[in-house]
Design a protein around this ligand. Structure first.
Ligand SMILES: [Zn+2]
Length: 137
């Protein structure tokens, strides 16, 4: 009875937990949940985790650009805050447009990124436009 249990355990240990394919236990690794997975599934999981991190990091620069755009109305020495806000917002939008494959992962963060970036750019332009009006340009 114990031998059958050991054989079942050995058979389970030599198949990948994710894909169910037979695997070489020597090249197997543990996934985030502690399950033994094959090298292919482990690689796919690492790529997926990297894509997830990249997708989640697009909203931050847009939100930061919006915040900096708001700050640029009050504090804006040499228009540095305006320039940085526009660069941050445009950078976030460029990243968003270059990687449509991240949109499904981002969910509500896609429209939020657009909103933050547009608001940030508009706020960043307030002080330079007032400056131009003051100079009569
Ligand atoms: Zn696998």
């Amino acid at each position: 009875m114990a031998v059958v249990g050991l054989m079942r355990y050995a058979a389970r240990m030599s198949t990948c937990f994710k894909c169910g394919q037979p695997m070489d236990p020597a090249s197997a690794t543990y996934d985030a949940n502690g399950e033994l997975v094959c090298a292919r599934c482990s690689t796919l999981e690492q790529i997926d985790a990297g894509d997830q991190r990249a997708a989640m990091s697009i909203l931050g620069p847009a939100a930061g650009g919006a915040l900096l755009g708001g700050v640029s109305i009050c504090i804006n020495p040499m228009l540095v805050c305006s320039v940085l806000a526009v660069l941050s917002c445009v950078g976030a939008l460029v990243t968003l447009l270059r990687h449509p494959e991240y949109h499904a992962r981002m969910g509500w963060r896609v429209p939020a990124t657009w909103a933050f970036a547009i608001v940030g750019i508009l706020l960043a332009l307030v002080r330079p436009l007032l400056f131009a009006l003051f100079l009569g340009l």
